[in-house]
Design a protein around this ligand. Structure first.
Ligand code: NAI
Ligand code: 13P
Ligand code: ZN
Length: 349
């Protein structure tokens, strides 16, 4: 008997454009959700967007509550769950960067409530994905999370955010190149389940962004539009795969390890971008093309531009394979000599 089953959970409403934050209540009312909304945010996104969203829900008679989180941690997920239980929230609205959105979607998953995603920065491809990413001790978890029922991406807000957040989002997309190579390798060597369609979508998203790299410029709302479209598409690839594999390989392991060693030293996407140059080199691929695309966009390509010293970059490379059970080109680990060779050859140091 044929017994294969697959569930693909995608957003119903994806609203992207100038000033669409004002349409959040309308996009949500279309979903026929019931109960009070809990807006999950962090300090800056609260000022930029979340207070406006809460005020609009208030005007619509929805009696919203707001909870602020500071970090991406399991403690923060518990805080949000407690806030949701206190008001008996009907659904959660994540407003912010990758961390606030991750925490909101994980809390929604745990309490079985709907989730709505309102990104304030085009900095990461977790905008749509049904995965959450949380560090814990020496490791990093990619956990099941509630995929958004709706995404409201206001390009006016995204274009107004600090430019480095947008270049970080571009680099998070470019990393799909090596993530897919690692996924194929893991499929061949370890029989890891591989989805052609999700892989093709993630790869095409990176290709389209690189083709457009010349026109992605600070101050242009069209650029925020192009990047957020790519982030949505990459998130959809993760939702199709029900795994972050289409968008996370060795370059992400490297970034996660840097987060442990030097927390908050650089943005997720920027670390991942530098990791992509090295991972592409290790795959024997066109690492110069990756480096040139990152530098055209204005994303860091060196340890110095990340603000991280050479020894830390090498130490992160040699230990990145330990952070998670995810087979990549790093195999059982790089020696220090090989790591130095890779970063020197690619100009990362
Ligand atoms: N679940 C998933 O599939 C994915 C999860 N992630 C996770 O997302 C996180 C990285 O996301 P980021 O957005 O880089 O980090 P983040 O959420 O810490 O945001 C970076 C900074 O940008 C600020 N910010 C956000 N919007 C702003 C605006 N409009 N104006 C001014 N400042 C603004 C935030 O306050 C924060 O200080 C990591 O924890 C990463 O693991 C990243 C990709 C995919
Ligand atoms: O950052 C991500 C994809 O861009 C999520 O990946 P992880 O599963 O490695 O946390
Ligand atoms: Zn990422």
């Amino acid at each position: 008997m044929f017994d294969k089953t697959t569930w693909i959970r995608l957003p119903r409403n994806v609203v992207v454009g100038h000033g669409v934050l004002d349409q959040t209540v309308e996009a949500v009312s279309e979903l026929h959700l019931h109960g009070r909304p809990l807006v999950v945010t962090s300090p800056t996104p609260r000022r930029v967007a979340a207070d406006r969203v809460a005020a609009d829900f208030e005007d619509a008679g929805e009696d919203p509550a707001v909870v602020e989180i500071e970090t991406a941690s399991f403690e923060a997920v518990q805080e949000v769950i407690a806030a949701a239980e206190e008001i008996d929230a009907g659904y959660l609205v994540g407003v912010g960067g990758g961390k606030a959105i991750d925490i909101a979607k994980m809390a929604s998953h745990d309490i079985g409530r709907g989730f709505v995603s309102v990104p304030t920065a085009a900095s990461h491809d977790g905008i749509v994905s049904g995965r959450g990413s949380v560090p814990e001790g020496d490791t990093r978890h990619s956990v099941a999370a509630e995929p958004p029922l709706a995404v409201i991406a206001d390009t006016e807000i995204l274009a107004d955010a600090p430019w480095e957040l947008t270049t970080a989002g571009c680099a998070d997309i470019i990393s799909n190149y090596t993530a897919i190579k690692d996924w194929r390798l893991a499929n061949r060597l370890q029989n890891v389940e591989y989805h052609h369609y999700a892989a093709a979508l993630a790869e095409m998203t990176a290709e389209m962004l690189v083709e457009e790299a010349d026109s992605i410029k600070q101050g242009l709302e069209e650029s925020a539009w192009a990047v957020v479209k790519a982030l949505v598409s990459s998130g959809v690839a993760m939702s199709i795969a029900d795994s972050s594999r289409p968008a996370s390989g060795a370059e992400h392991l490297f970034s996660h390890q840097l987060d442990r060693m030097v927390p908050d030293a650089a943005l997720h996407g920027h670390q991942v971008g530098v990791g992509t140059i090295v991972a592409e080199y290790l795959h024997g691929g066109n690492w110069r093309g990756v480096r040139d695309a990152l530098s055209t966009i204005g994303a860091p390509t060196t340890a110095e531009e990340l603000g991280i010293d050479e020894e830390t970059v090498v130490a992160a490379l040699t230990s990145a394979h330990e952070i998670r059970d995810r087979y990549t080109i790093l195999g059982n680990g790089m020696s220090e000599a090989a790591a130095y060779e890779a970063v020197e050859t690619t100009g990362v140091i």
